[in-house]
Write a protein that binds this ligand. Sequence first.
Ligand code: 13P
Length: 256
Amino acid sequence: MNPIRKPIIAGNWKMYKTVTDGLALVTALKKELIGVNHADVEVVVCPPFTALYATGTMLQGSSIKLGAQNVHWEKEGAFTGEVAAPMLKESGVNYVIVGHSERRQYFGETNEGVNKRAKAALASGIRPIICVGETLAEREGGHTEKVLETQVRGSLAGLSKDHMAETIIAYEPVWAIGTGKTATTAQAQDTHAFIRGLLGKMFDETVARRARIQYGGSVKPSNARELMSQPDVDGALVGGASLEARSFADIIKNSI
Ligand code: 13P
């Protein structure tokens, strides 16, 4: 963590939580976070589309921000099953996850599509959380940096420096997602430093210094503090442990 970058902890609920469940979770979360100074940490919850609006209503007047889990690149149109950025914006959404490895793996999303989605979000005043990460085979084959460079360059292509001030990058090694295997703090730090260096080459040092890079993959209350203490780790994208108010709140408290 670095003092110029406020840590950002986002809960990706994935395909969990009905409207009722989501409302119960944020009600409990608000209680757990009483006393947490939101000047020290930014907190985001990312419910499924169906629970977004109701959850957003419940978050009004709190410092917890609302995020979605995907967005289409067109403003509207005949795209059955998709959701557009202006729709998310009007539902109270501040952030959107794009390019999650589950989207890349199961729904064929490409860097080009991720790039278009990120640009659509930015055009509607929504901050994209752009996910990148290597598989176990890629890490073991020594290809991590090459894979990440391709993902980062492809997903951020054509973004301006102003866009970059609104953009979050989430490094999520695929082999650490939902597996209980966390990257070691050294692996996380080294990879985040690599991504930051790449941003320096693609944009400039100021963009690189200001960019917030989250770590994701089996983040839990017990490992959050050590991960967040790394100089280039600026927050977490949390899956399983964000589905329960106490564990998500403990991760937040351990990140400050
Ligand atoms: P887990 O925290 O369940 O490993 O999920 C990480 C993730 O994919 C967050 O987007």
